[in-house]
Design a protein around this ligand. Structure first.
Ligand code: ACO
Ligand code: ZN
Length: 158
């Protein structure tokens, strides 16, 4: 990896590359329109990482109204739907930088004051990343994933 790491908003031209990063990195995949809908609705918080003109990571989010895990009452919640970094680019701070930008923008553009996500209970790299960013485990969902693995819900006030 020679070039600088650019962390920026995703565009529609990036989507095919983002989907490729997802296919390589995670067992949870989505149809093209799912990605496009999120980009069009909450694009200010849809972040990619680019190195040497190549998309190497992404964070896709949405905004929901609901009861907070950490805050009381009906609030606007940011939901981190999916994040991944290509294997050869991991452990260089890219996941952290993308999450920082996404969290900042969920607050700035969408007035979110809490952010949550689901993660496999066995996904130690991701859980460590989220804990470093201040997320707490707030709930366990049994058999959340198609293969039967449980999920932690993790949340953070922003
Ligand atoms: N083992 C243990 N801790 C790890 C690991 C690892 N392999 N990788 C990252 N971490 C933790 C560490 O605490 C690390 O800080 P450190 O390097 O100072 O010790 C911290 O996370 C931040 O690491 P980054 O370099 O910022 O994270 P990276 O760019 O590697 O991306 C990610 C992390 C996105 C989880 C990456 O490993 C990945 O793409 N994994 C496959 C896809 C995935 O699991 N996505 C999350 C699913 S849950 C969801 O999408 C809501
Ligand atoms: Zn989710």
């Amino acid at each position: 990896m020679n070039g600088d790491i650019i962390i920026r908003e995703a565009t529609e031209e990036d989507l095919q590359n983002v989907i490729e990063v997802n296919l390589i990195s995670l067992p949870e995949h989505y149809i093209h329109d799912f990605w496009l809908d999120h980009l069009r609705a909450w694009g200010k918080a849809f972040i990619v990482a680019e190195v040497d003109n190549r998309i190497v990571g992404y964070v896709m989010c949405r905004v929901e109204s609901g009861i907070g895990f950490l805050r009381r009452g009906l609030i606007k919640l940011g939901h981190i739907v999916s994040i991944a970094v290509l294997p050869n680019y991991r452990r260089r701070g890219i996941g952290t930088m993308m999450m920082f930008k996404s969290l900042e923008r969920l607050k700035e553009y969408y007035n979110v004051n809490e952010v949550y996500l689901e993660v496999r209970v066995g996904n130690i790299p991701a859980i460590n990343l989220y804990e470093k960013l201040g997320f707490k485990k707030v709930k366990l969902i049994k058999h959340y994933y198609l293969d039967g693995e449980d999920a932690f819900v993790m949340a953070k006030t922003v």
